[in-house]
Write a protein that binds this ligand. Structure first.
Ligand SMILES: *Cc1c(COP(=O)(O)O)cnc(C)c1O
Length: 378
């Protein structure tokens, strides 16, 4: 498609009204299964994530930060810079954190007022049992903040039922939407704690209280400033498209992609799923492990040389030597993409001199397709 510079379709749109903005927030609330306030924040998902922590973590308070991937590490830095005492509970990237470990940590640190948790980790391919963890946190009385950026649309996300007080989502993963706006739901308990925090940001881009006082409390009649109109419209279309497909169908599609990649990888020479148990594997992305002596960067490059369209990428940082990642989210949660990815990995491995049995490539592709079909057949 060539850009039409005479009639650019992204310009000269009528202003996004407060009513329309509020309607987008309501659609997100429905997607999150929440009756709490939802604020559509005008930036990438790191904005509401940092806003939640700076709003809810008072100086001198205790926070339990659960680290199952790189985002949790980022949260720890923000919590410390708020003056919170941070208790860190880490799980290896090969699995998930268990509710019992969270219960033990809370018993050891009874003053904990805030728990930060990532639902699915796109970067490391694992997902945590939020329902069970949420019950433990609720019983203890702490607030639960959840990064659901990589789970929304890809796996069940029952914000209110699970007792999530601050639930952050973005549009750029399973929703196949824009990255430039995001959203957070805020429970009544969370507002109470935030209002009681003298350091909660005000008159700041990071402020949740500004949105409460200048938008929510006035009945969402007037926007406090010009919204990111194009991104809001794109987010609305992404949420509408999921609703038209059916949220359950989207979740099934992502689950099928994960099953296909795991089944296919198990038939390939040299590769194996990085996340050991299927139940801990995120539906949004599959991470694969290479054996010692085979650099995962090279496997990624060889697979992309075989088929440049497959969503394969190196893991960030030092992990990139032994981990590669298949981003099967959004439109890439697709049977043909999953099968083609397995074939590209097989072809790439062969060019690196890693040969399986003669029929390994076809068997792996068949296993991926069969695993996809089995999930869809229920
Ligand atoms: C993708 C993602 C985000 C948003 O981060 P970007 O890399 O800036 O898109 C936040 N949290 C999680 C768990 C994510 O997967």
């Amino acid at each position: 498609m060539t850009a039409n510079t005479e009639h650019p379709s992204l310009l000269d749109l009528p202003p996004l009204t407060a009513e329309h903005f509020a309607a987008v927030e309501d659609k997100i609330a429905s997607l999150l299964h929440t009756r709490c306030d939802v604020v559509a924040m005008q930036g990438e998902a790191l904005l509401p994530l940092e806003a939640c922590i700076r709003s809810a973590a008072a100086p001198g308070s205790t926070a339990l930060n659960i680290v199952t991937g790189p985002y949790g590490e980022t949260f720890g830095g923000w919590l410390r810079s708020c003056g919170a005492d941070v208790v860190t509970l880490s799980a290896p990237f090969t699995g998930a954190v268990g509710a019992q470990e969270v219960a033990d940590a809370l018993r050891e640190h009874p003053g904990t007022g805030l728990v930060s948790l990532v639902h699915a980790e796109a970067a490391t391919g694992n997902t945590n049992p939020v329902a069970e963890i949420g019950a433990v946190v609720r019983e203890h009385g702490a607030l639960l903040m959840l990064d659901a950026v990589a789970s929304v649309g890809a796996e069940p996300l029952l914000t209110d039922e699970w007792g999530v007080d601050l639930c952050v989502i973005g549009g750029q993963k399973a929703l196949a939407g824009p990255a430039g706006v995001s959203a957070v739901s805020v429970s009544a308990r969370a507002w109470e704690r935030i209002l009681a925090n003298p350091q909660a940001p005000r008159r700041s881009y990071l402020s949740l209280l500004d949105w409460k006082e200048r938008w929510l409390d006035g009945g969402r009649k007037a926007l406090p400033h010009a919204p990111a109109q194009l991104e809001m419209l794109a987010l609305e279309q992404a949420v509408d498209r999921i609703a038209a497909e059916g949220l359950d169908a989207s979740i099934t599609r992502h689950r099928a992609a994960s099953a296909a990649l795991r089944a296919g990888a198990r038939r390939l020479p040299a590769l194996e799923p990085y996340v050991v148990r299927d139940q801990d594997a995120a539906p949004v992305a599959t991470t694969l492990r290479t054996p010692a002596g085979l650099d995962a960067h090279e496997v990624v490059a060889a697979a992309l040389a075989a088929d440049g369209r497959v969503p394969v990428q190196s893991a960030a940082g030092v992990l990139g030597t032994e981990m590669l990642r298949v981003n099967h989210y959004g439109r890439a949660a697709d049977r043909a993409v999953a099968v083609d990815t397995v074939r590209a990995l097989a072809d790439g491995l062969r060019t690196l001199g890693v040969e399986g049995e003669g029929s390994a490539r076809d068997e792996a592709a068949e296993a991926a397709g069969a695993a996809w079909d089995a999930v869809l057949a229920g």
